[in-house]
Design a protein around this ligand. Structure first.
Ligand code: SF4
Length: 302
């Protein structure tokens, strides 16, 4: 599998990054080209299906904490509530809309592509699909972008476990933003250096992000956070495409993330024992949900 060390030994500009990642992954799986491209195409189709299901659904999750926020964004994008409430371009609006819709689909237990995790599954598809639609980019390039994003995620996962329980949300939504930024730069024909720089920019600006979901559910803050971090990825991609470089390279940003994750108090690593989960509201919601579940699974209801 591709690692930062292996990448470091290569002539980084010898070929596009997605080709380097693809060759390593094909070799790792002892498969022949186009195995990885075929697999990436299947995941891309899964992502597109999850977006189309997500954008048609209109129901709440079981907890009732999420479900219809994407519809609110859709309404405002369709100008049902007037253009004076739309702050961003249609592209950025779509990125936020897709990211939140996919997370809502996840909360309804619909099929999604974990990239890198279920809690951060909206960021990569939202950016890659919205940018591809906006610039009318073909499927071949979309697959290359997904392999690029996947390769970045793979290199990071070789260094640190990608889970809120291991290193906080920086390792989930932060890494997803890093992958998405690289994927977007690939879509827009950025160089390998620009791809890696965008990934570094995205990750280093969310270092320390904690995981503190209310009631232990991947819902609050996760659903809306995917909307925020998808835009964050777009900012990183835009900076990189404009020629702005990350002063600290991606591998060193990952080292910093690992150190911060190791030092992070366990209350902020998916245990729901601190942060938002233990606010007055967080505790109230958790208690209400416990009561709801107790009633639902009581003997009388079984
Ligand atoms: S807050 Fe925790 S559960 Fe939610 S997306 Fe981030 S890492 Fe995952």
């Amino acid at each position: 599998m591709i690692t930062f060390d292996k990448l470091d030994k290569l002539d980084i500009n010898s070929k596009p990054l997605h080709e380097i990642f693809q060759e390593y992954e094909d070799a790792h799986k002892r498969a022949k080209d186009p195995y990885i491209r075929d697999e990436a195409l299947k995941r891309l189709e899964d992502m597109k299906e999850s977006v189309s299901r997500a954008t048609e659904a209109c129901s709440f999750s079981f907890s009732g904490m999420s479900g219809l926020d994407s519809l609110k964004l859709k309404n405002i994008m369709d100008e049902k509530e007037g253009t004076d409430r739309v702050l961003f371009s249609s592209l950025i609006m779509k990125v936020i809309y897709y990211a939140i819709a996919i997370l809502e689909e996840n909360q309804r237990m619909g099929k999604i592509v974990a990239c890198p995790t279920a809690g951060s599954c909206g960021i990569v598809p939202a950016c890659i699909l919205a940018v591809s639609e906006h610039f009318k980019i073909g499927v071949k390039k979309q697959v290359s972008a997904l392999i690029t994003a996947g390769g970045i995620g793979s290199m990071i996962s070789n260094e640190v476990g990608l889970a809120g329980a291991v290193a906080g949300c920086q390792a989930e939504c932060g890494v997803a933003a890093s992958m998405a930024a690289g994927g977007v730069v690939c879509l827009l024909n950025g160089s390998n250096d620009e791809i890696l720089s965008s990934a570094a920019l995205a990750l280093k600006n969310v270092l320390g992000l904690v995981c503190d979901p209310i009631a232990g559910l991947v819902e609050v803050p996760c659903v809306k956070r995917n909307g925020f971090l998808a835009v964050h990825a777009m900012v990183a991609a835009q900076m990189s495409l404009a020629g702005i470089k990350s002063v600290v390279p991606l591998n060193e940003v990952v080292e910093a993330m690992k150190e911060i994750g190791a030092e992070m108090n366990s209350r902020f690593k998916e245990t729901s024992e601190g942060g938002l989960a233990t606010t007055k509201t967080g505790i109230r919601i958790e208690e209400e949900l416990k009561e709801k579940w107790t009633k639902l699974y009581s003997k009388d209801n079984l």
